[in-house]
Design a protein around this ligand. Structure first.
Ligand code: PMV
Length: 347
């Protein structure tokens, strides 16, 4: 910290991977459809926020010790939207320092881990200033959502749901909740190997993609599909049906990219090697009878998903058959994680 803050808070928060995808928003970053995700274990952001009392507010942001103007703009918009809920923003200079555990330029979205870590630090500091010590995680999820929709799901570990469904009374558009079902053992330690097809930054941002859903010709069909898939997925997660899970994971990933390719203007984030890997995964599953499936985020990389017990068989095949399709042979190995953690300074 360059200034001497009166109070600091440090949190480490994970990225998450959606199986039912959030795509399209309304009002202040509320989703047009529900989404279901799990938090990762290795892909995390660690953020320290320091408060320096100062009447005219202001903030600074550094990622790996360097300023990043693109993110400063996002943080400014975030602060303007949450000012009324967090008075500390008004009368303090806020110093933010972040680091990511996952390497730069791998095409891995960091907004979920970054915005959830920031929301956790800010909510924690507001509590400290108020002389309280009972962080309301639902409120933190709601704050994180305003920073980046998918960040609302990163404040919890394991499986989570965001978006209102009449059938699920605890669900909300304003914040995420832990998935409201018991998760079967096969889905408790799911592995996610991220096959890096391209590390180039996306030609179209997620924000722009969400916006294109406003007038999308398939909008209503998409909303119904996501609702159906959410209920089905929860059933499969609790009964342990991997085949049902795989059908939804793949259909959601391909539908997301189908929506992009049928937007006006249209855009395509898939690369030839993305499709080659998908073919390989299907072939391996059919021939070996090993439960593997995949999903994709808004990018060309493939997330290969499988239960922990198949780690050895999958790793060997991955090395021989999938690595050649990855940029510089790059694969990031991750799995379901336990959620954010407060870091207590020992200095
Ligand atoms: O949170 P955003 O605005 O970056 O949107 C994330 C959208 C997807 O990653 C494609 C899907 C999801 O639910 O995370």
């Amino acid at each position: 910290m360059t200034n001497k803050p009166s109070l600091t808070s440090t949190w480490q928060s994970p990225s998450n991977l959606a199986i039912v995808k959030y795509w399209g928003k309304k009002a202040l970053q509320e989703p047009v459809n529900p989404s279901v995700s799990f938090s990762l274990s290795e892909a995390k952001t660690t953020t320290t926020v320091g408060l320096v009392p100062r009447q005219d507010g202001g903030f600074s942001f550094r990622l790996d010790e360097l300023p990043v103007p693109k993110f400063e703009k996002k943080i400014e918009t975030f602060f303007n939207a949450i000012r009324a809920r967090l008075p500390i923003i008004e009368n303090h200079f806020i110093e933010i320092e972040s680091t990511n555990t996952f390497p730069h330029s791998t095409g891995i979205a960091s907004s979920a881990s970054a915005m959830s870590a920031l929301a956790l630090c800010l909510a924690d500091l507001q509590q400290q200033v108020n002389g309280k010590n009972d962080l309301d995680i639902t409120e933190v999820s709601s704050l994180a959502r305003i920073g980046s929709g998918s960040a609302s799901r990163s404040v919890y570990g394991n499986w989570n749901l965001w978006g209102r469904m009449a059938e699920l009374p605890e669900s909300s558009d304003f914040h995420a909740i832990p998935a409201p079902v018991d998760i079967a053992p096969v889905f408790r330690d799911l592995h996610d190997d991220i096959l890096i097809v391209s590390s180039q930054s996306k030609p179209v941002s997620s924000s722009h993609g969400h916006k294109l859903m406003d007038l999308h010709p398939y909008r209503e069909g998409r909303i119904s599909q996501a609702r159906r898939n959410t209920l089905e997925l929860l059933k499969h997660l609790s009964s342990g049906n991997f085949e049902g899970f795989a059908k939804i994971a793949e259909s959601e990933a391909l539908s997301l990219h189908g929506l992009m390719m049928s937007s006006t203007p249209a855009f395509t984030l898939l690369r030839p090697n993305t499709l080659a890997i998908i073919e390989k995964i299907r072939e391996f599953r059919d021939n070996k009878d090993i439960p593997v499936t995949f999903t994709m985020d808004a990018g060309p990389n493939i997330h290969l998903l499988y239960p922990k017990e198949f780690l050895n068989e999958v790793s060997e095949w991955e090395e021989n058959s999938l690595k050649p399709f990855c940029e510089d042979g790059r694969i990031l190995r991750d799995h379901i994680g336990k959620g954010p953690e407060k870091i207590i300074s020992t200095k």
